[in-house]
Design a protein. Sequence first.
Length: 243
Amino acid sequence: MQNTSPADLDLSIVIPVYNERDNLVPLEKKLEEELSKLHMSYEIILVDDGSMDGSPHIINSIKKNNSRLKLIRFGSNHGQSAAFAAGFKAARGKIFVTLDADLQNNPADIPLLLEKMEEFDVVCGWRFKRNDPWIKRVSSKIGNAVRNSLSQEEIADTGCSLKAFRRECFDDVKLFKGMHRFFPTLMKMEGFRVTQVKVSHHPRLHGESKYNIRNRLFSSLHDLMAIRWMKKRQINYDIIQED
Ligand code: UDP
Ligand code: MG
């Protein structure tokens, strides 16, 4: 992925937004509260993925009082991976931090990830105590187990959006729809050091989850097969002479 933006900030917070109207004001407030403690330069990139509930309108009004906030707005819904891709392309941070717009991830956990970035290139949040309906918790457990087994991975919770990446992680990967669930695997394939850290998880207070078993299971299985294929067919060689 070509990122032509200058890397002149410490952090880019990249957040996909799809119909999150009532979460946006508390989200910005909480983020500013936590990020201002870090003594790092940062930007917050909200990528509106074709919301129809007036989310962009609210972001535009928050933006008037926050010059660190940037809005990228899609004309229609393109999915979470597309939103991340557009955000990363515009990001100016040396480190990218991703999270959900619904405050299920806690911005107060960002320092936990950054601490680990001293030794690793990718840090994945692990929602150790999920605050979701039981059906989602169970399906996610099964999903993670199947994913780990078929892709020979050990990522406890790849669905957790709270993650940190060194900017370079995205230089050589091409992003496809649904790939946001496999970022850790893609990064490992590129030779980056990946770890996970336990983070808190909160119930969704406003709006609805965009995913259910039906729309997640089948597309994820399809994507999983693609990842499995990519891992198996990855080009590997050892040069013993080159004159
Ligand atoms: N999202 C998005 N485009 C979509 C679906 C979701 O930008 O097509 C955003 C959504 O607004 C949220 C994040 O991606 O910020 C994760 O979605 P959600 O919270 O519904 O997923 P869950 O936490 O229930 O798995
Ligand atoms: Mg959520």
